[in-house]
Structures are given as structure tokens and as C-alpha cells.
Design a protein around this ligand. Sequence first.
Ligand code: NAD
Ligand code: AHE
Ligand code: ZN
Length: 369
Amino acid sequence: MKTRAAVAFEAKKPLEIVELDLEGPRAGEVLVEIKATGICHTDAYTLDGLDSEGLFPSVLGHEGAGVVVEVGPGVTSVKPGDHVIPLYTPECRQCKSCLSRKTNLCTAIRATQGRGLMPDGTSRFSYKGQTIFHYMGCSTFSNFTVLPEIAVAKIRSDAPFETACYVGCGVTTGVGAVVNTAQVEPGANCIVFGLGGIGLNVIQGLKMVGAGMIVGVDLNPDREEWGRRFGMTHFVNPKTVDGDLVAHLVQLTDGGADYTFDATGNTTVMRQALEACHRGWGESIIIGVAEAGKEIATRPFQLVTGRVWKGTAFGGARGRTDTPKVVDWYMDGKIEIDPMITHKMPLERINDAFDLMHRGESIRSVVVY
Ligand code: NAD
Ligand code: AHE
Ligand code: ZN
């Protein structure tokens, strides 16, 4: 079949809207009509050529929602008409990682996913006979996409696609970092670095679990109002701090935070987040994805004296099990999504979403097909 898609033909170039050829689902695969997709900073990072796994030409996008159109042989868990969210972190429930109960990082198809291919080692997308790579196992910047059955979460059919798509990455990542990875307890003092599409979801997760101080740190002064809107209690703009930012934050939180979160992807900020933790027990959670080649550093003494450095992918959520629950939280009013979606556009204007993000003018842009 044909599908309209925004293709990343080359790094650092705008996406091009073209009609691609899309092969139907093979065994264990499903064809999904994507109804809406968010644009996450990770898409921009790959498009900018900063992802060590980045492949071109490819169909980016990993924050979508849509409807199952057709299933391949052997598919039993979803059927045509089901509403689903594509999962860049699948859940096979059979691999060593899934069975360990210690991680959400299913390893069943990670190797082929990282090479832009379906689990059988081939792509379903092509353009004028040339292979186009999949991205993060999702490729939601295409109106239709093929996904492994283990990489779709069935969600309730009354959730609007235009907001539910954000659960496919940003919402689950931010809220999940709080409830799954850090397991923040009520009253805990927390600092969130970076108040964008992910960091604001960390903030609303912290509010949901009853955190004490919720300090937001961002270079963009407009983000103060956004943070307060979702539960931030204190705002710090590093540009206006006299002297050392870490010392300022340690003093503000009476000796350091119980939990800190990096949602910037900047390795200098990651170090500040670790060092702003309380001596003896503070935990710092890395969410941000850093550019290829970047490394983190700190004095080992920071860890010797009890600070803990952790990371989280997709907020530690088990895709097929947890994503439908996050949609329920949204539909039941436990968390908000609508106000964070600052811009909606047709696929033809998807490049505007990247410009808005780079200028710091959007929280989340959503393409509605
Ligand atoms: P975004 O562009 O919407 O937000 C980033 C925010 O960080 C902005 O408000 C920006 O002003 C702020 N910022 C940038 N540099 C800063 C600095 N030095 N100090 C303080 N604030 C600074 O991006 P997003 O979509 O929220 O994504 C944030 C990061 O999370 C990205 O690196 C993205 O790739 C990553 N991410 C990771 C996961 C995961 O599963 N681990 C999932 C989604 C996104
Ligand atoms: N490909 C990059 C790493 C990118 C990365 O860390 N991705 C996150 C999700 S970001 C969503 O917006 C993730 O889930 N990582 C776990 C995984 O298995 O990819 C690189 O550095 O090579
Ligand atoms: Zn993302």
C-alpha cells in the first residue's frame, strides 16, 4: 500500500513529505493507522545527527496513537479496530529482561530495532525502490506503519488520539521516572532540571505522589509559569544565580535534594543534578539523552558519600502493561495532558514543530493526520 510520511532523507535537513510504499504485516506484526503523533526532543536529536544509532533515510517519530488496521499471521493480542500506542520499549513477557522483573528494557527485538529494521531483519518502508529505515521500532511520522505485536499497547477507545499519543513517550517517561524509577515518597524534596515536554511531566508526577519541595531549573524564564502550572514550588534560572548553582540548590533544599531529575540531555547539567543530591541518600535520575560522544563525570567521592546515579528509559514503564494505565490516569483526571500540547499541525507542517522546539516556544507539538 501507499502511505504519506515525513521522511528524514539526511541529517540536519528538513523532513520531506512523500508517498512511501509500505508492505503489509508479516507473522507477528500489525498494520496501524497513526492518527496523531507528538514530536519529542529525541526525534530532533536524531534528525540533527547526534544519535549514535541514527540511520538515514528513515521515518522518525515514536510518540503516536492510532488504530489497528490489519494483523499478520499468529497475532492474538490485538485485532483490527483496536486503539493502540506504538511502543519503542516493547514487552514480550518472555525474554530474560522481561522475566527478571528488574527492568522494563525488553531485549526481544532491541538489536534489529537499533538497525532500523523489523525483527526479521527487513524494512516494510521503501521509496522508489530504495529501503527506508524504521525508527525506534515505531516510525509514527507515517500515516500507516507496521509494528511488532509486542510493540503495541492496547488502550481504551474513548481516549482522544491527539492527547493519548503523548503517553507514547513524554508523559509516561516523566511520570514513570517518579513512580517507577525513583519511587519518590510523599514529602520528598526534589529538583527537576529542564522544564520541557518531559520535565513538566516529572513535575506533575511529583505533585501526584505528594512530593514536598518541587524545584524547577531552566534557562528559559518562560518555563517558570509552566512549572508552577503543574506543581513546581520553586524556580531557579541558572542565569540569575550569583555564584555556584549546585551550592545554591543545596542551600535551597536544606542540604540537598532527596531526588533530582535531568530532563535536559546536557552532561554538565547531569553532573549538577547528581551533586545537588543530599549527602548519604540523594538519588539522581538521568532522563535526558546526550549527544553521541558525550560522557558524564563526577568525583567518585560524590558516590562514596551516598549519592546514587540512576537512569531511566520510558520511565521504567512496561509498555503493554503500564501504558494503558497511564491513559486511564489521564482519562480519570489524575494527570493532565491537554495544556501541554501547545501546538497542533498537519503532517505537511511537521518541520514547524522542530523549529518551535528549538526556539523554546512549544512544550509539545502534535501532528494530527
Ligand atoms: P524539550 O526541548 O521540550 O525540553 C528541554 C528543556 O531543557 C527546555 O525547557 C530547555 O530550556 C531546558 N534546558 C536546556 N538546557 C538547559 C540547561 N543547561 N539548564 C537548564 N535547562 C536547560 O525536550 P524534551 O522533549 O522535554 O526532552 C528532554 C530530554 O529528555 C531530551 O534529551 C530527550 O532526548 C530526553 N528523553 C529521554 C527519554 C527517556 O526515555 N530517557 C524519553 C523522552 C525524552
Ligand atoms: N540511540 C541512542 C540512545 C537513545 C535513547 O537513550 N533512547 C531512550 C528513549 S528516548 C525517547 O525519547 C531509550 O529508551 N533508550 C533505551 C534503548 O534501549 O534505546 C544512543 O545513544 O545510541
Ligand atoms: Zn521521546
